[in-house]
Design a protein around this ligand. Structure first.
Ligand code: NAI
Ligand code: 15L
Length: 265
């Protein structure tokens, strides 16, 4: 493709994916509200607030695909979630509608279903059970994307990412972890598959102790290669046994189920 946009490029996942995207597109437009550093030879750097409709319209113009990682990524005050994750997503989809409907990979989250217990194994048809306002904002994002698909044919991969980081940092993440390599190969499949539609995809590696059934996404041809199990022994040593009644042991969303509603002001 000619031009791929990545939002949230200054964040944890954005920094991990940015150097891996050059092979997907001639030009990678990297964006964030935060500082992005210097542009590489194949990059365009655009600093922009997702809550600013005009700026987002200019950001999306000329792009053939969008890796949407930008936004508030944990529980926070509603005003911040509202701007980045609700208004920001609406701005992104309206800009996409105005500029040829580039395919979108939306970084949704396991916190759309965080109140399921870990002994419940679910697929993508399970009703949402968000564990906070952040999770609710991802439910909104999935619903918004679905509406733009039904009404206008806008294609989006709704990727419910588990825990995408260098390595799992607790025993819960032995189930939720996705390696950077597996995310990179998923991005590749999402932007190459001839017909995408608007599927929900669980963003996890091939973990032995997974709770989520990804069979509905088999058509993508994505085959995650990593398995968090290889970290179990060192987590046992570094953290000891995880208390059986901790939210980390009970709920799919882990500690997020305990977050309060953070007050504005
Ligand atoms: P992060 O918080 O490190 O990065 C998010 C980026 O979005 C930041 O660089 C931030 O400056 C930017 N941002 C925030 N508000 C903005 C605004 N109004 N306008 C423009 N940019 C704004 O989060 P991370 O870990 O990199 O996650 C990326 C995406 O993946 C997020 O949408 C997150 O919800 C989602 N996700 C990540 C998971 C993970 O394990 N890393 C798990 C599940 C979902
Ligand atoms: C998320 O949605 C967060 O963005 C990330 O920071 C992790 O905490 C992850 O979920 C998780 O559940 O481990």
């Amino acid at each position: 493709m000619k031009r791929l946009l990545i939002t949230g490029a200054a964040g944890g996942l954005g920094r991990a994916m940015r150097p891996r995207l050059g092979k997907l597109a001639e030009i990678v437009r990297v964006s964030d509200i935060a500082d992005l550093g210097a542009a590489a030879a194949h990059e365009e750097v655009v600093q922009c607030d997702l809550g600013d409709a005009n700026a987002v319209d200019r950001l999306v113009e000329g792009c053939d695909a969008i890796l949407h990682l930008g936004g508030i990524s944990v529980e926070d005050k509603f005003s911040k979630i509202l701007n980045a994750n609700l208004l920001g997503l609406y701005n992104l989809y309206e800009a996409a509608r105005a500029h040829g409907q580039p395919r979108i990979l939306f970084a949704s989250s396991n916190h759309t279903v965080g109140f399921y217990r870990q002994d419940q194994h679910i697929d993508t048809t399970a009703p949402m059970r968000p564990d906070g306002l952040y999770g609710v904002s991802k439910c909104f994002g999935e619903a918004l994307a679905r509406m733009y698909f039904e009404k206008f044919g806008q294609e989006t991969a709704l990727v419910r990412i588990g825990s995408c980081m260098e390595r799992p940092s607790n025993h819960r993440m032995l189930s939720t972890w996705m390696s950077y390599d597996d995310f990179e190969s998923m991005i590749d499949c999402v932007f190459r598959v001839p017909m995408l539609g608007c599927p929900i995809i669980w963003g996890i590696s091939d973990n032995d102790s997974r709770w989520w059934d990804n069979s509905a996404a088999a058509f993508l041809g994505w085959r995650p290669k990593d398995n968090a199990e290889r970290f179990r022994a060192e987590l046992d040593v570094s953290l000891g046994r995880q208390a059986a009644d901790s939210p980390l042991s009970v709920y799919q969303g882990g500690m997020f189920v305990r977050d309060p509603i953070f007050e504005d002001g």
